[in-house]
Structures are given as C-alpha cells and as structure tokens.
Design a protein around this ligand. Structure first.
Ligand SMILES: Cc1cc2nc3c(=O)[nH]c(=O)nc-3n(C[C@H](O)[C@H](O)[C@H](O)COP(=O)(O)OP(=O)(O)OC[C@H]3O[C@@H](n4cnc5c(N)ncnc54)[C@H](O)[C@@H]3O)c2cc1C
Length: 499
C-alpha cells in the first residue's frame, strides 16, 4: 500500500482554515458546542452507510434555533458547506461529512415542545427520536404512525429530510402524510414556516417539496406532526409460501381484494433463517418466503379482516397460516422483522442495504432477477421488505476484507436499482439518495429533470452550501457515469455550474 506524504503547505492551509472557521463559530456558540479535534469529530465521520467515511472539518452542536441561525450566517459568510445531521442512522450517506465542511448536529434540540391531545398533534424539536413521540403521546391513547425500523434512534428531523416510511405506512402514510408544519432556517438565516397547523395552507405546497429534500434546502428546527388514536386491538398473520413468487402474487391479491393491511411485509428464507436463531420470533424457516400481514381496529374489524386476508392468502397458495393469539405474540412476530438488519451481522461481516420501489405486480419478477444477480456477482442477498408498498430492501452480504467484494456489492446494488427503473419503479423508496444512489439518479432522470431539481435547490439555497453534492448528480457526473455521450474525450457539459 502506498502512503502519500502530505504536503506541509497543504496541511498548514487546512489547519489555518479550520482555525478561522472555528474562531468565527466560537463567537456565536459556547465552546462545548464546537468540536474541531479529530478525536471529537471521529464519531461523525459516517452515517449508517459506514462503507463511506470522511472526517468533517468541524462539528457544531447548537441547542437553539437562534444558534442555528447564527451558525448558518457564519457559514454563509465564510462559504463553508454545511451537512445537517440527526441521529446518523441514514442508509444512503446523506449525513456523510464534507472534508472542508461543518456538520450541524441537532442532537441537543430534543424537546417535545407541545403535546396537544385535543387537536391530535405534537410540536417537537428536530432531534426528538421518532419513538419518543409515540411514547409521549401514549398516555393520551395516541401515537405517531410512521415507524421506521430505526425508530428507537432516528430523529424526526432526519425523518422529514428523508420522507421516511415504516411498517405501518401502507395504511397510515409516509412522513409527508403525517407532518402538518415544518419550521426551518434557510442558508440566509431566515426562519421560515412551511405548511400550517390547519389541514391546508395557503400558497404553493412547499411543505411537500421540502419533505424528502435530504438536508439540501434548509435546517429543520421544529415539526408539527399528526397523532392518530391507538387502535383498540391488532393481530398479525404469518403466512408461509413454498415459492417466493407465490408470496409476491399474494401481496398483489390482498390489495386487489380491497384490503389495506396495517402492515404487509415479506421476508425470504435467507432473511428468516438469519433472524430466527437471533430473535426466536417463531418464523417458518422451511418456507421460501413468509408474509406478515397486520390488521388493526376494533375487535370486530380485526376479526373480519383477519378472516378476509386468510381467505385471500389461502387462495394465493399459502402453505401455512399462523395468527397471533396475544399482543405478546404479535410483538414477537414483528420483532424478527424489525431486527432483520442487525441480524445480518450474524451471517456476514458486512451488508449493503439497497432501497428501491417497484409496482407491486412486479415483485416476483424483480426478486427472480435479484436471485440471478446473486449468481452473477457471487454474493448472497437477503430480501426483507415493505411488500405492500412495493419497497424492496435487498441486503447484499459481503466481506469488505476480501479484495473486490465491496466493488461487486456496489455493482450488484446498482444493477438492482437499474432493474427497478426498468420495471417502472424508482431508485429510492424511503432511504433517500444521499451519495449512495447519486449515480443511479442518472439512470432514472433525464438531464432536463435533473436541471429542474437544481432549480428548486437554487431557489432555496442560491450559494449551494447546504449538503452539496448529495442526492442530485450534476450533468457532468452523469456524463462521467457513462449515461451521456462523451465526444473526443470532452464532457459535453463542462460549462455547467457545479449545482
Ligand atoms: C437498522 C435500520 C433500519 C432502518 N429502517 C428504516 C425504515 O424502516 N424506514 C426508513 O424510512 N428508513 C429506515 N432507516 C433509515 C434511517 O433510519 C432513516 O432515513 C431516518 O429518517 C434517518 O434519521 P436520522 O435522524 O438518523 O437522520 P440522519 O441519518 O442523521 O440524516 C439523514 C438525512 O437527513 C438530513 N437531516 C437530518 N436532520 C436534519 C435537519 N434537522 N434538517 C435538515 N436536514 C436534516 C441529513 O443531512 C441527511 O441528509 C433505517 C436505518 C437503519 C440503520
């Protein structure tokens, strides 16, 4: 391995810049809120996409909106890029630092500002954990419906930035359907409110533009979420299938029958065998695939829906059906699904979690395609996903210590996303684009569409300092990725601005 000796002049310039930016930030923040030593900034070098790492120049931990405004003003004046960060559980590298940038952590903005059972809303700061909202709402018989599997750790700010989903989003909607209002700070330091606490807001629907914008348009400082009543009861069916494609057809058949389950998840055999010894959820590990189908509502509604779903599943060829007989058993069935990602660590040193969405009727075709790619790339893949939403989460298993396995895993992932686009789907479901899928954006969108996205970015952030180089590829990047014609070694769009 060759180790280049750093140029002392370059090192001195980097140190001087760090000192300049730190000094400016220390004028607006207390000393404990500014981290600039590598031993302090190291924990922020990656998010859940740990294969990519970068030490930031500085990390700031403001504890108020006023401090966020001040940080943005400093960064704008000194032209420093800013990467917002919640809990760092993102799986697409959205919170990955930039070497000459500041990571702005919202960890200290973790207060539930108001819980209003009467209007069934909660006003929370961005660093509040997803699950903490439901825990605080529970005494009122309410909860916050979008439930990413990372909900014990991930923050509402990150959920807004990624438009996160979860097991219950098929019936109750994604983050965008459960957030009424977002308060945020622009790169100019202006505090702006999008949406309202009423069901509608005047003017263009900028709230929907903002949700899912991956930290590129502004820093979320407060969120008003909808709360929904906790259902009187819930039960879950575990249905086994001898063939994966039969399980996929059952998913489409349930929806076609007019049933919207409270959760509709699929795990293939690799996944159930991976998780069962770890969680002991009671899964049928002989089945090629299992479906978890939840019904919630009153006792009568649940009984009726369980009967209807069982009938559809049987007709679709289920080889066995088990229905949870108690709340403890229902939670046990779900515990395997919710712990599937960590369980991957039992059978593989590393895994790469992909995220793409396809029309439900194409599930079988795409899973067959993934099985063929396992042979092509010589890597195993576990499929555990939000089947009702058509949202795939292939976990590609690899060992980063084996030369070229990571590169093969990346190529495998890119081919899965290309297949998603080919069958009429999208390259992302709920994990965002970040840095992970930025090249696949070139496969999904035409240059004019990418330019339109940059126009939106420029309207919010004309100086391009908020989470730059994430989520939207430049046309030059697409050219380099090989999706556009490069003539005579010249990139056709080299005159284009960086964003
Ligand atoms: C085991 C596991 C399971 C998961 N399951 C799911 C799942 O079921 N569904 C799902 O949707 N996701 C899932 N995820 C992905 C991840 O948890 C979500 O994307 C989550 O919303 C990220 O929240 P976070 O607080 O960790 O944000 P981070 O990872 O810190 O940041 C994510 C993005 O949000 C931006 N951001 C963060 N805070 C702010 C802010 N205040 N203002 C502006 N931008 C901000 C960041 O810049 C970054 O682009 C899972 C992750 C793991 C590790």
């Amino acid at each position: 391995m060759s180790t280049a000796i750093p140029d002392p002049a370059v090192l001195a310039a980097i140190a001087a810049r760090r000192a300049q930016v730190a000094a400016a930030l220390l004028r607006v923040l207390p000393a404990r809120a500014v981290l600039s030593e590598p031993e302090d900034t190291r924990p922020y070098e990656c998010d859940g996409l740990a294969a990519y790492r970068q030490l930031p120049m500085i990390v700031v931990l403001p504890d108020s909106e006023a401090q966020i405004v001040a940080v943005l003003q400093v960064c704008r004046e000194l032209k420093v890029p800013i990467v917002p960060r919640g809990a760092g559980t993102g799986l697409s590298g959205g919170a990955m630092p930039i070497a000459d940038g500041v990571v702005l952590s919202t960890a200290r903005l973790n207060r539930i500002v108001r819980m209003d059972a009467y209007s069934r809303t909660a006003v929370v700061q961005p660093g509040v954990r997803n699950l903490a909202i439901s825990e605080a709402a529970a005494p009122h018989g309410l909860y916050y419906a979008p439930d990413p599997s990372s909900q014990i750790a991930c923050t509402i700010g990150g959920n807004v930035a990624e438009n996160s989903g979860g097991v219950h989003c098929l019936k109750y909607g994604l983050t965008v359907h459960n957030v009424l209002r977002v308060r945020m700070v622009t790169i100019d330091g202006d505090v702006v409110e999008l949406g309202s606490e009423a069901l509608d807001a005047p003017g263009l629907d900028l709230l929907s533009v903002f949700i899912g914008s991956e930290g590129m348009l502004g820093i979320v400082t407060e969120v008003t979420v909808k709360l929904v009543p906790k259902p009187a009861t819930a039960r879950v069916i575990m249905a086994s299938f001898n063939e994966v494609t039969a399980g996929c057809h059952a998913v489409a058949a349930l929806i076609a029958a007019g049933i919207i389950p409270a959760g509709l998840e699929m795990m293939d055999q690799t996944s159930s065998r991976m998780v069962e010894p770890f969680v002991k959820a009671g899964y049928d590990t002989e089945a090629a695939a299992i479906l978890l189908c939840e019904a919630d509502g009153t006792i009568e509604e649940v009984e009726e829906e369980i009967a209807r779903m069982s009938a559809v599943l049987n007709t679709a060829g289920a080889s066995a059906i088990a229905v949870s007989q108690s709340e403890a058993e229902r939670l046990k069935f779900w515990s395997g699904r919710k712990n599937a990602f960590p369980a991957a660590g039992r059978i593989s040193p590393d895994y790469y979690c992909m995220d793409g969405t396809i029309p439900r009727k194409r599930l079988g075709q795409v899973l067959e395609g993934i099985a063929r790619m396992e042979t092509k790339y010589g890597l195993r893949c576990a499929n555990v996903f939000h089947a009702g939403d058509g949202n795939l989460h292939p976990l590609i298993l690899f060992n980063a210590n084996i030369p070229d396995e990571f590169e093969r895993a990346e190529a495998f992932g890119a081919e899965i996303l290309a297949l998603c686009v080919e069958v009429g789907g999208t390259i992302t479901g709920e994990h965002g684009v970040g840095i992970e899928k930025i090249n696949s954006m070139c496969a999904q969108f035409a240059p004019a569409e990418l330019d339109a996205f940059f126009s939106v970015k420029r309207a919010f952030d004309p100086v391009g300092l908020l989470n730059p180089d994430k989520a939207i590829p430049t046309l030059n990047r697409c050219a380099e990725f090989g999706k556009m014609r490069v003539s005579g070694g010249m990139l056709p769009f080299s005159h284009l601005p960086r964003f």
